[in-house]
Write a new protein. Structure first.
Length: 177
């Protein structure tokens, strides 16, 4: 029964009481709630995929309303002893993230003196081929402040070539042309 229909039949007080009972039952049976949620999500994939912005908006509002719970949830994945810490650590220490980190540290050591001579306030930027590999197209010295905000202002190309995209190309990058 929908909210409006329930209120029309039984009144607002009865609706509030019913919601409170539901909240209490949900707290007592979290595994059943999670199971039901997964089943609903599987059955309603079209609805879930059609409105991802609503989901993000709802998550942001919840995070603002529950800062302590949000902080605790975030720490589950990033702090030692957290629920997903071992998986995250395993992923970082093996595979592509680890390979990319090895390349970054190698280039940081290789170009350190050059970076100090040319521009103190700079960073080394890698032009990765794609997210699925640790292969890179080129390495460049870029403006630090711009780079931290997502813009690449090249000072000097150190190795290979760097492809610079316009904002329109970046926006349309994932879409088929």
């Amino acid at each position: 029964m929908k909210k409006e229909e329930y209120i029309r039949r039984y009144g607002k007080a009865a609706y509030q009481k019913m919601r409170q009972q539901s909240r209490e039952w949900n707290k007592e049976n979290p595994e059943r709630v999670q199971e039901t949620s997964k089943l609903w999500k599987a059955a309603n994939q079209e609805k879930v995929k059609a409105h991802p912005e609503k989901s993000r908006e709802r998550a942001k509002l919840w995070a603002v309303a529950n800062p302590d719970k949000d902080k605790a949830r975030q720490r589950e994945g990033t702090h030692k002893g957290g629920k997903y810490y071992a998986q995250r650590r395993q992923h970082q220490m093996n595979g592509i993230p680890h390979e990319k980190e090895l390349i970054r540290s190698k280039h940081a050591n290789l170009y350190r003196a050059y970076k100090r001579l040319i521009a103190q306030e700079s960073q080394i930027h890698h032009g990765w081929l794609n997210d699925g590999t640790s292969n890179y197209r080129g390495v460049a010295l870029v403006e630090k402040n711009q780079h931290q905000h997502g813009y690449i202002d090249v000072i000097q190309i150190l190795e290979g070539e760097i492809t610079l995209f316009t904002e329109a190309e970046i926006r349309n990058r994932g879409q088929a042309v």
